[in-house]
Ligand binder design. Structure first.
Ligand code: ATP
Ligand code: MG
Length: 328
């Protein structure tokens, strides 16, 4: 347990992040004051139901949505992402941050060969074509693509779903990033292939000491892969704790609800529960704690006072008025 509370230098530090739809009509706050860090070599999972703001947060890290207004601070090492010109940002995207998204087909150009696409980040840095292709074949074979050198001339449609996700991972890794952001990297894959890709993520991040921000709505996948889990609800982080502590004793009723819905071998299907109701649309976020209308243990003050983030004894934090697990 002690290793889990050791403070490591933050590689990625998100502070007070706000994301608003661009004013023009009525501006809507999609992400409302998110703080989140990923240390070098640390694997952090960001979980929450559909619509909680996970993907807009991930995309903001690379400033991929030009139409959204981003506030607060996103620091990668000493670099403030929100202060970079588009040109400098493009360089950071290819090298310091690697990204893998849900749909590998959408991330690949159907008209370009696998070799051209995987080697592209190196070509942009001026590496000669022959050397870039050689490196592409090396990375692909490290990721389990058999006879990678011979397959550099293949096109995406000639690869299976799982193999395509390996190609996308190779594109993300070839520039030797400091951090990998993976947004639902296995959701589009069948169950058997999902596990292979998760194992691969586990291996590459461990071997390379790579920071990982793994985004998923499925708490089941994070247990074996993450060091820490941040739970997002309605554009805010409600709990952020070491993975074992969070699974053993969730301190936010929302986390407890998510955990109760995770299929477990030792629990009969009939006993599995889901959280009643649905998350609010960002335009209709309730006052106070945004979870209070669905919360089984809500008190009067939850409807009016927004709970602030407090430190927990295990080195985590949570935002809930329930007086449990706090440091003091
Ligand atoms: N470009 C955009 N303009 C306006 N609203 C957006 C935009 N992108 C996302 N949203 C809204 O922001 C909210 C958060 O969306 P987001 O895609 O981040 O959710 P998510 O947590 O990734 O969900 P999922 O698990 O379904 O992927 C949603 O209500 C969504 O409709
Ligand atoms: Mg998403």
């Amino acid at each position: 347990m002690t290793t889990e509370v050791v403070q490591r230098t933050a590689l990625l530090r998100i502070s007070g992040l706000t994301i608003d739809t661009e004013p023009g009509g009525t501006s809507v706050r999609l992400v409302d004051g998110v703080d989140l860090t990923v240390a070098a070599g640390e694997r952090v999972a960001l979980v929450g139901e559909s619509g909680s703001g996970k993907s807009v947060t991930a995309r903001a890290l690379m400033r991929l949505d030009g139409s959204l207004a981003i506030g607060g601070s996103i620091r990668l090492g000493d670099t403030e992402i929100l202060a970079q010109t588009e040109r400098r940002l493009a360089a950071i995207r290819g090298s310091r941050i690697g990204m893998v998204f849900q749909d590998p087909m959408g991330a690949l150009d159907p008209l370009q060969t696998i070799g051209a696409q995987v080697s592209e980040p190196l070509r942009q840095r001026g590496v000669r074509k022959k050397d870039a292709l050689r490196r592409a074949a090396e990375v692909l074979s490290e990721l389990g693509v058999a006879r990678a050198h011979e397959r550099l001339g293949a096109y995406p449609h000639e690869f299976s779903g799982g193999m395509r996700q390996r190609v996308v991972l190779a594109m993300a890794l070839i520039g030797e990033p400091e951090i990998l952001i993976a947004d639902e990297p296995t959701t589009a894959l069948d169950v058997r292939v999902q596990q292979q890709v998760l194992n691969l993520l586990d291996e590459v991040t461990r071997e390379r000491g790579l920071g990982l921000l793994l985004i998923t709505h499925d708490l089941g996948v994070v247990a074996g892969l993450a060091d820490r889990v941040a739970v997002m609800y309605s554009g805010r982080i409600v709990e952020d704790r070491p993975v074992r502590a969070l699974f053993a004793d969730p301190l936010h009723p929302y986390t407890a609800g998510l955990l109760a819905a995770v299929p477990r071998l030792d629990v009969q299907l009939a006993r599995m529960t889901t959280i009643p109701g649905a998350p609010p649309s960002p335009a209709l976020r309730p006052a106070g704690c945004p979870f209070h209308p669905r919360c089984p243990v809500a008190m009067d003050r939850c409807a009016s006072e927004t709970p602030s983030m407090t430190a927990t004894a295990d080195g985590g934090r949570r935002a809930c008025h329930l007086d449990r697990g706090s440091r003091n």
